[in-house]
Design a protein around this ligand. Structure first.
Ligand code: ADP
Ligand code: MG
Ligand code: ZN
Length: 622
């Protein structure tokens, strides 16, 4: 190539091989600018059209090139010296609408050998068809595509949907590989651990089971009240088995657009198959696994459920994929999910018993700095609490210790945090008049008195008249001596009497009743009702089930299963049970009026008294 060629001649360009051309061009440009900065670059000097015509007429021009609306021309002798090289100067001027230019150039003299000006017009640049297709169609398309996709993605994220999927789910479910949770983190729940041990063994060594021809259940359903450690134990199984853990919550399946939940299930299983042995964990499975009742239809949920059923049938149980699912509403699950070959094994997670609570407290106390703790007392005071609540109590106690600037958690911190969890935080700022305080004190002492006077009631642990954020103005805390599983009819009647004791005290002492007993009334009625409708503790209805519990783990919602006439009679019997208990409570208060005054005065003065203090005053002979 002539190094002084004015423009690059397109006819010489390798059209069909644009890629190598681009590479060559890029290389040349780089070389040009790096190694020989100015070697190939002619010096271009702008000039006027008239100067150009002048030079043409004077026969001074060697070469003319018209490129678009610019005219480049070179004259011999006009050179510059650059780093030892002699470089021709190139002049540039605008192209005018000059029809005679060609004639003029043809006739003009030139310093060229043949005496003619060499002139040409550059053919307009024409990109290769492939290049222009890419440039004008594909590139803008791609840009729009990306903009649109990003917009959709952010929209989809906001609305919880996933628009951009084209049948394949982009939101991948990732397996967690190294789960640190082990069975040591799960206190109690020995039965659950035992039945899960087999699963762990299978995941360790599927061969052993295959050789025997034994197929393990594909699905294990963890069932139990909230906070009993279902999610925790599922992770622990993965941690013990040291296998990848795909965790997903049921509600994550149910997304805004039909088909996505099902796609997600497909995706999940295909990934799990590649990673086997592994665990798939579907938390809160009731979100998708709800019984298809034909009344309400939810296409999305049903498609997801159907996909789940299909996948569970389809995958090879020998391979080592185990599906765990958790729910606290097992009764609402579709029967198809529970049949053999699917979630046919059920692991029951129970609210912890006394020993269980001690163990859970111990696990969580390990995480905080603490002194010697009366575990037995705390465990007894938290009857009915779930693992999650116990974990919360320990944490609250640690927070309290920090607030009090003490160096470690004490039993008192734990006791206080139990009350915080049960009744809310203390509301020290609440203004309560002396008159109200008196009523509250007598009300609480009334409960305690009735409880103490009935040998079968649990002894009083603590009485306080410090108001709580939950709205309680005071309360009496009772702690069972041991763990109770059975309650006799008499026990229940005594408990009802204890609940009515507060109101009874108000009546006997002040001859006035207040709104303070609303919660007591609710509790007393609930027990009385259950005695008749569920425990068969009335003469009239004998052992007939009149009520069924709708959801054993979540609430004590019940539905009556009897005629309206029977329902009316139940109400009568409930009324008579509560009335009897109330009368009994009033009698106890009346008989101990002197002690009532003494105890109440003491409580007003101290605001909080322990069960021991109470019993000491009660038993002291006057
Ligand atoms: P669920 O899934 O049954 O509602 P989780 O597994 O989410 O309950 O439990 C919540 C928290 O409660 C756990 O993170 C753990 O701190 C605590 N917890 C529950 N049960 C236990 C237990 N048996 N041992 C130790 N901690 C527990
Ligand atoms: Mg859970
Ligand atoms: Zn009360």
């Amino acid at each position: 190539m002539d190094k002084n060629k004015i423009t690059d001649d397109p006819s010489q360009r390798p059209n069909n091989n644009w890629k190598s051309f681009l590479w060559t061009l890029a290389l040349l440009l780089i070389l040009n600018s790096l190694v020989f900065p100015n070697l190939f670059k002619p010096k271009i000097i702008p000039t006027t059209y008239s100067a150009f015509i002048n030079k043409v007429d004077s026969g001074l021009i060697k070469q003319v090139n018209i490129d678009g609306n610019k005219i480049y021309f070179a004259t011999p002798g006009d050179t510059i010296d650059r780093k030892g090289d002699t470089i021709d100067l190139i002049f540039q001027t605008g192209k005018m609408n000059d029809a005679n230019l060609v004639d003029r150039l043809l006739v003009a003299d030139s310093p060229n050998e043949n005496g003619k000006i060499e002139f040409t017009e550059t053919i307009p640049r024409e990109n290769s068809p492939i290049l222009s297709f890419l440039l004008y169609w594909v590139l803008p398309g791609a840009i729009f595509f990306f903009i649109w996709r990003n917009a959709m993605k952010s929209m989809g994220g906001r609305m919880g949907g996933n628009y951009m999927s084209f049948g394949k789910n982009k939101e991948k479910i990732y397996a967690e590989d190294e789960i640190k949770t082990t069975f040591a983190d799960v206190a109690g729940q020995d039965e659950a651990k035992e039945s899960l041990n087999e699963i762990i063994d299978f995941l360790h060594n599927p061969k052993k089971y295959n050789e025997m021809g034994a197929a393990l259940p594909k699905g294990v359903l963890l069932v139990g009240p909230p906070g009993t450690g279902k999610t925790l134990i599922a992770r622990a199984v993965a941690g013990e088995a040291k296998v990848p853990f795909f965790a997903l919550s049921g509600s994550e399946f149910v997304q805004m657009f039909v088909g996505m939940g099902a796609a997600k299930v497909r995706d999940l299983f295909s990934q799990a198959n590649q990673k086997a042995p592994c665990i798939i964990f579907i938390d809160e499975i009731d979100a998708i696994g709800k019984r298809r009742d034909g009344m309400t239809s939810n296409d999305e949920r049903e498609q997801t459920l159907n996909q789940l059923l299909t996948e569970m049938d389809g995958f090879d149980g020998q391979k080592g994929v185990v599906i765990l699912a958790a729910t606290n509403r097992p009764e609402s699950l579709d029967k198809a999910l529970l049949r053999p070959g699917r979630f046919d094994r059920r692991v029951q997670m129970e609210l912890p018993d006394l020993e269980g609570r001690k163990a859970i407290l111990q696990v969580h106390l390990k995480k905080v700095k603490h002194e010697e703790i009366d575990l037995d007392l705390i465990a007894r005071a938290t009857s009915g609490a779930s693992g999650a609540e116990l974990a919360n109590i320990v944490n609250e106690a640690a927070l309290r210790a920090v607030r009090n600037e003490s160096s470690s958690v004490t039993t008192a911190d734990l006791e206080e945090s139990i009350e915080t969890v049960i009744a809310g935080a203390q509301r020290k700022g609440k203004v309560i008049s002396d008159e109200e305080k008196r009523i509250i004190a007598y009300h609480e002492i009334g409960h305690a008195m009735v409880a103490a006077m009935q040998s079968h009631s649990a002894p009083v642990h603590k009485i306080t008249i410090i108001p709580r954020t939950s709205g309680a103005l005071g309360y009496t805390m009772q702690i069972d001596e041991g763990e109770r599983n059975l309650y006799s009819k008499e026990d229940l009647e005594n408990r009802i009497a204890t609940f009515t004791g507060g109101r009874a005290a108000e009546e006997v002492i002040f001859n006035r009743i207040t709104t303070g007993a609303s919660n007591d009334i609710e509790q007393a009625t609930k027990i009385a009702r259950a005695m008749i409708t569920r425990y068969g503790m009335s003469e009239e209805f004998d052992m007939v089930a009149l009520e069924t519990i709708n959801n054993p783990y979540l609430s004590s919602d019940t539905s009556l299963s009897c005629s309206p006439e029977t329902a009316a009679r139940i109400d009568d019997v409930v009324l008579s049970i509560v009335k009897n208990a109330h009368e009994k409570a009033k009698k106890i208060i009346r008989e101990n009026e002197a002690k009532m005054h003494e105890l109440s005065e003491y409580l007003i003065k101290k605001e909080t008294i322990t069960g021991e203090e109470f019993m000491k005053i009660l038993e002291a002979k006057k």
